[in-house]
Design a protein around this ligand. Structure first.
Ligand SMILES: [Zn+2]
Length: 371
């Protein structure tokens, strides 16, 4: 989470959602609804890939792993309503109950939906890395208040949308056509549902907490949960199926289309990406974005972060302050040869990515407090 989408104006978010199309995938879509597609990665292993929430925040991808008498789920998305819809999709592919739920890290776009699973499957066991559990409990009440208090960006977005509907004018003062008005009314209905959903968020506690690594043997299914420590968040956990060579990487690897880097730890992240590259994959589920079939994207991230660290360190040795490095560092070569970072990425988005990554690299290299 913590992406630049949140900083876009509602109008841009609306236009994006209205024009969004599902990216082509190499995996078969076995179930879908108007906001998600469920792809089959292997026998009994699926990923649910979601459109963004009405306020522009991204939902996590959700992993669904069947075993002999149950289902293990990875990441429950940003909103309980989306998780409830996902449960309906899961029921389309299996009659087995969801018995286990875990999350890759504390960011709420990956676990706000936990309550929906607990309501649907009261005996569900929630497994978390111990620090992830602590961070969720600290951050969830804060997020609920921040999102739904007067003047919050979520409420502001809704009120702007309702203003356009009431006045029948768009954000540029142009009259809305009947068709545009219908689309915006339908979108406003979803947006209001999101506000209600967020106001009623409930925190779910972990039932089993682990430290470091946890290996589960569920029937024939071997599931390995590994805490990699600092990368995108203070504790990023991967879920790996060694027999099937399927990796759920969480936000260690995101292509949405740029990675999320605002509150990251780039120095450690480079080492974590190196560890990930050593895990053979036939399918790698990103925290957000399309499923990968190899480690090409992992290597792209690794090389890019290393370059940013090296060039930031070079700026430091030249005696430059942060803003000077951000203004003068040359990183366009990282983008120019890579279509996912040129197509559909504005220069403003690229600058945001570049500036935040350099900021984090600058602090990491200097050993500055808080990292
Ligand atoms: Zn995320």
């Amino acid at each position: 989470m913590l992406c630049l989408v949140r900083t876009l104006k509602l109008a841009a978010v609306f236009l994006f959602l209205a024009g969004a199309e599902a990216a082509a995938s190499t995996f078969n879509v076995v179930a879908s609804d108007d906001g998600a597609r469920m792809e089959r990665l292997a026998d009994g292993v699926f990923v649910i890939i979601h459109d963004d929430a009405p306020d522009g925040w991204p939902h996590s991808n959700t992993g669904v792993i069947e075993y002999d008498d149950g289902v293990f789920v990875v990441d429950s998305t940003y909103l309980p309503a989306r998780a409830r819809a996902d449960i309906k999709l899961i029921k389309k592919v299996t009659k087995k109950p969801v018995r286990y739920l875990t999350t890759t890290h504390w960011h709420m776009d990956h676990n706000n939906g936990d309550i929906a699973y607990r309501e649907a499957f009261p005996d569900i066991v929630v497994i978390r890395e111990q620090n992830v559990d602590r961070y969720i409990k600290v951050n969830s009440p804060w997020w609920k208040t921040l999102s739904t208090k007067d003047g919050s960006s979520m409420l502001k977005g809704l009120s702007e949308l309702e203003h356009h509907i009431d006045t029948k004018m768009d954000e540029d003062g142009e009259a809305l056509t009947d068709g545009q008005l219908r689309e915006r009314r339908a979108f406003a209905k979803k947006y209001r549902a999101q506000v209600n959903d967020t106001q009623e968020l409930d925190i779910v506690s972990g039932d089993i907490l682990f430290e470091g690594r946890l290996v589960l043997l569920l029937g024939e299914r071997r599931i390995v949960l590994t805490d990699h420590g600092r990368a995108n968040s203070p504790h990023d956990v991967t879920i790996y199926l060694p027999a099937e060579k399927i990796l759920f990487a969480g936000d260690i690897a995101v292509q949405s289309p740029l990675p999320y880097t605002v509150y990251s730890w780039p120095l450690d992240w480079v080492s974590v990406l190196s560890d990930i590259e050593d895990m053979p994959v036939d399918a790698m589920v990103l925290g957000h974005g399309p499923t990968q079939t190899d480690h090409n994207y992992t290597r792209k991230l690794h090389a890019s972060y290393k370059t940013i660290l090296d060039r930031t360190a070079q700026g430091l040795t030249e005696g430059k302050i942060l803003s000077e490095i951000q203004e003068t560092i040359a990183l366009d070569d990282l983008r120019a040869d890579y279509a996912p970072w040129t197509d559909n990425v504005t220069n403003e988005d690229w600058k945001h990515f570049k500036d935040t990554m350099v900021d984090r690299a600058f602090k990491s290299i200097r050993g500055q407090g808080g990292l």
